[in-house]
Write a protein that binds this ligand. Structure first.
Ligand code: G16
Length: 545
């Protein structure tokens, strides 16, 4: 085996964001760009030397080339064995599971998640540690530091590895197992949920479903699980073949981007009873009923309230967690159940310690992500199966389950307004201004809403005491309404300002308003306090979810 030491020059922009390093494909195609970042990972993740690495991606453009490069670099850096998905495909939740099941030293996932793909789209790379979860900030900071002064990387000189079928081969001493991308993950799902009961829903004609894989990674997983193992109806899976450019679509499972699915669910009496979608790498989910949308924050709360009905969670749940901007619907459930509820910064990595320390069983985020202690990533198909299992046990529709939840716990009207591709300095200045005024807002009144608390959110991890600050400016009103402002950590163009608005309403008579109507006053307050129109020169958000 010939190992080449390649001289390189560092790039200054390899700082990972909310979830790994995400850039335009064209950035990754710069000379040595991918190699530099991968070498920095191998240098920091010392356990990989002599250890097992799990490797795969969501199939987007540049996935296969990147996998070949990483395999050759892994061999040169002393990795003992790599398990790589057939065709280079593995969903993010599947990687998390494989790391845990096979006690790997870590995993590399190639994905820019819900961002569009193709030659002009985005690409990304993230590292998951041995607990199966995203690398914590200490690790990603160390990788970034290393990348800033890297002057060489190691790579073996060898032919490309065949990825189009399952087999075992070697580069030098390093063993490569090209594995079935779906099998282990589908088996895990079968352990957590009552597949017989769900199957009966379909075979007895009680339920029809439509799952939109958005031409991304979950297609093969969904076909195996819904069509083969659960005998779901014809066309239960749409857009089920992963494509390098996601069929030209934007693989983000929300009302704006999963248009085909939404149209099917709103098609009147012939519409499927249950709809769902997942994103590029399979960790997000959207849940729909006939002409009915379940807000992700509500979905988390509903799952928490009903988990004990499902085989994998029969013992009950020990605690829950949500990110700061996720609505406080799950807090109400925790309060009534008498379990702990943690509020973390945005990013799945903050749930890892809580899960490992057995403080929580379920967690979720407003950004269409939910998960449990079965792995250390959010998990799109898991959430879909959770809902199917609830429907089977409760014998209620998606809408009935949601409405009865609101009747019991109250409804948190919730919306997120995104202002995309704004000038980065403008966005920073807006947030800085909010930080400055945050100290003076408590006690002030805005259209009848009195501010109870306003701060720049910081978090001390209760397990390892690590401290994270500047995670979003939050305004909490006396009636429990909230407004939160933060900048996205996953975009690749300028800055995206996210404004999250929520209002808690207990009276069931008031649970039927359109969300934007119910929140109209607070939306105005949010815009006025942050001076969005004047500072960003925008009349309306680009995306409302
Ligand atoms: C990533 C993280 C999530 C986070 C989301 C939104 O999701 O894994 O924990 O909530 O980004 O991030 P932001 O608001 O900073 O854009 P994904 O699905 O993109 O990996």
């Amino acid at each position: 085996m010939k190992i080449n030491q390649i001289t390189t020059t560092p790039y200054a922009d390899q700082k990972p964001g909310t979830s790994g390093l995400r850039k335009k494909v064209t950035s990754f195609q710069q000379q040595h760009y991918l190699e530099n970042f991968v070498q920095s990972i191998f240098t920091v993740a010392t356990g990989l030397k002599g250890g097992l690495l799990i490797l795969g991606g969501d199939g987007r453009y540049y996935n296969t080339q990147a996998i070949q490069t990483i395999l050759k670099m892994a061999a040169a850096n002393g990795v003992k064995k790599v398990m790589v998905g057939e065709q280079g495909l593995l969903s993010t939740p599947a990687v998390s599971h494989l790391i845990r099941k096979y006690k790997a030293a870590g995993g590399i996932i190639l994905s820019a998640s819900h961002n569009p793909g193709g030659p002009d789209g985005d690409f990304g790379i993230k590292f998951n540690i041995e607990n199966g979860g995203p690398a914590p900030t200490g690790f990603t900071d160390a990788v970034y530091d290393r990348s800033k002064s890297l002057d060489e990387y190691l790579i073996t000189e060898t032919e490309d590895i065949l990825l189009d079928r399952q087999h075992t081969c070697h580069i030098g001493e390093m063993q490569i197992d090209v594995i079935d991308s779906v099998y282990d993950y589908a088996n895990l799902m079968e352990q957590l949920f009552d597949f017989d009961k769900i199957k009966t829903l379909f075979t007895s004609g009680l339920l029809t479903m439509c799952f939109d894989a958005m031409h991304a990674i979950t297609g093969p997983y969904a076909k195996e699980i819904f069509e083969k193992r659960l005998s779901a109806n014809i066309e239960a899976v749409i857009n089920g073949i992963p494509r390098e450019d996601f069929g030209g679509g934007h693989p983000d499972p929300n009302l704006a981007h999963a248009k085909e699915l939404v149209a099917r669910l709103n098609a009147g009496p012939t519409a499927p009873d249950f709809g769902a979608a997942s994103d590029g790498d399979g960790d997000r989910n959207m849940i729909l009923g006939k002409n009915f949308f379940v807000n992700p924050s509500d979905s988390l709360a509903i799952m928490a309230a009903n988990a004990h009905l499902l085989p994998g969670y029969q013992q009950g749940i020990c605690g829950v967690a949500r990110s700061l901007p996720t609505s406080r619907a799950v807090d109400k459930v925790a309060e009534i159940m008498g379990i702990d509820c943690y509020e973390t910064p945005t990013g799945w990595k903050y749930f890892g310690n809580l899960l490992d320390d057995k403080r929580i069983t379920l967690c979720g985020e407003e950004s269409f992500g939910s998960g449990s202690d079965h792995i250390r990533e959010k998990d799109g198909l898991w959430a879909v199966l959770f809902w199917l299992n609830m429907i089977a046990v409760k014998e209620q529709s998606v809408e009935e389950i949601t409405r009865s939840h609101w009747a019991r716990f109250g409804r948190h009207y919730y919306t997120r307004h995104d202002y995309e591709a704004i000038n980065s300095e403008t966005a920073e200045a807006l947030i800085q201004n909010l930080r400055e005024i945050s100290t003076k807002l408590a006690g002030t009144e805005h259209s009848g809403y009195k501010v109870k608390l306003c701060d720049d959110f910081s978090y001390t991890d209760p397990v390892d005491n690590s401290f994270t600050e500047h995670q979003g400016v939050r305004i909490v009103f006396e009636d429990e309404s909230r407004i939160i402002y933060r900048l996205s950590g996953t975009g690749t163009e300028g800055a995206t300002l996210r404004v999250y608005i929520e209002k808690y309403v207990t009276d069931p008579e008031l649970h039927d308003l359109p969300t934007q109507t119910a929140l109209a006053e607070l939306i105005n307050i949010a815009n006025t306090i942050a001076e969005i129109k004047t500072r960003c020169n925008r009349d309306a958000p680009d995306v409302i979810t």
